[in-house]
Design a protein around this ligand. Sequence first.
Ligand SMILES: C[S@@+](CC[C@H](N)C(=O)[O-])C[C@H]1O[C@@H](n2cnc3c(N)ncnc32)[C@H](O)[C@@H]1O
Length: 378
Amino acid sequence: MTETVLGDVAHGGWVVARIDGKVTFCAGGLPGERVEVEITERGKRFDRALVTRVLEAHPQRVAAPCPIADRCGGCDWQHASPALQLELKRRVVAEQLRHLAGIEWDKTVQPVEPLWGWRTRMRYLSVDGKLAMRGRRSNEPVLLPDEGCRIASVPAPLPAPRAREVGVVQGARQVSILADNRVVSGPEHLAQHAAGRSFQVAAGGFWQVHPQAADTLVDAVLRALQPREGDDALDLYCGVGLFAGALVDAGARVRGVELDRRAVALARGNVPQARFEAAPMERMLDRLPGRADIVVLDPPRKGAGREVVAAVAKRAPRAIAYVACDPAALGRDLGLFQASGYRVERVEAFDLFPQTHHIECVATLTPATSATLGGVSM
Ligand SMILES: C[S@@+](CC[C@H](N)C(=O)[O-])C[C@H]1O[C@@H](n2cnc3c(N)ncnc32)[C@H](O)[C@@H]1O
């Protein structure tokens, strides 16, 4: 065991310490705490460690309600008060935006209720008929406590179906259970409601996880894009058409692009007024219309990247809404947009994943004019 004083929060649910001169990312701690840690991984540039004892606690430390919170890979911040969780996430977003895009971000992370029982999609491991979560940074199963997972929106199915992996997906009115990605109970497609519309989603397909997420993000995207009647809009990485539906309702002509063929087939039924293509974005870039008035993009965790950013900027939209679940990928891509003649007007951050380190941001971009080029401060 090594005694140390923890430094600031780092992206990914860690707090940084310097142990024997080496950067060490510690799980289970809070900034400023004096703790004992156990090194769990040794690396060339940095190590990882787990806090095993708290000697001087942060004033906003709370007892983690879940008995497996210290080992489970799901929750990183159960031991922080709700207010401190928001502050830790604020610092992570601010640091990523400063470091990767030169943006001074001084906004707060907006809380979204409920803070417990919000996860409408769960993936468990099944071990000898018992359900488990994956351990932190490992595939080792950590058996669920009797009370189940506290962030899950519905109780775990028991007895567990025979499978290696068990999925639980909650729709607006029904629940589906998957065993190794096959639906074994409940419907193949679930109805979800958002922004005054109903969407059919495959039980194993993508839908925003927190029950308030879809509405929260649609509102933020509409604030960002301010759609007008007759606008030509692109919904990139469109899933089953969540943002396309809201943009159609605002009078826009929408083209959507999405990799998952099943999602595209559903999007066509969900939003028949829009046009959807099933293809990897990288292959669609040359085939999209040459201009667009407004663009929403909601890429997976790794972000959109250089080619997609360049292709969007080339369409010269008057507003872009970038929805991001990883502030590091967002920071990198905002830097690329700034280099392509766009200005970051606003970044909103939402705590759509309470108790975990995850966070969702929506950035608004508009064309930079000569007056606005240069350093950005928000
Ligand atoms: C964060 S989800 C957003 C979905 C949708 N906007 C929503 O809110 O429901 C990202 C989507 O990007 C899709 N995707 C991942 N890689 C892609 C690629 N290379 N090209 C196109 N779509 C991709 C995924 O299938 C997923 O539906």
